[in-house]
Design a protein around this ligand. Sequence first.
Ligand code: SME
Length: 149
Amino acid sequence: MNNPEILNSIRSLISTAPDATSLLTEVVGLLRRERPHYHWVGVYLLQGEELVLGPYVGKPTVHTRIPLHQGICGAAASSGQTLIVDDVNADPRYLACSLETRSEIVVPIRHQNRVLGEIDIDSDHPAAFTPLDRDLLEAVAGLIASELL
Ligand code: SME
């Protein structure tokens, strides 16, 4: 599917999913299936000063709770801006999840400038994320934000 087709599928999921957890489970599964370079796809939800792991696909991670001042995840949530890291091993903020991971994108989920959580994606390929991925994931975050209130 191209980006607009994925976004349309997510609109349908929003209209049918019984609750936010089911919706996020469907969304991370769809992204994983449709974009083979997305090897780990998860959503973290902001609870107080911590990011708490919600639905994900990929290997289990030890980072199920990330304080806002830690990791690439914390940096993206604190700044409210998308972060793309082409080489995770060269970024001192990086919290390793899998040894195979080479690059990462983190996209905040915001509602009226308040960060509710973020979409976190790891790839086993270096510099895997392009502006097309960023556009897609920022649009996905925009669609699902109001479902998380
Ligand atoms: N790499 C992230 C931690 C989450 S795991 O990738 C699933 C980070 O540096 O914040």
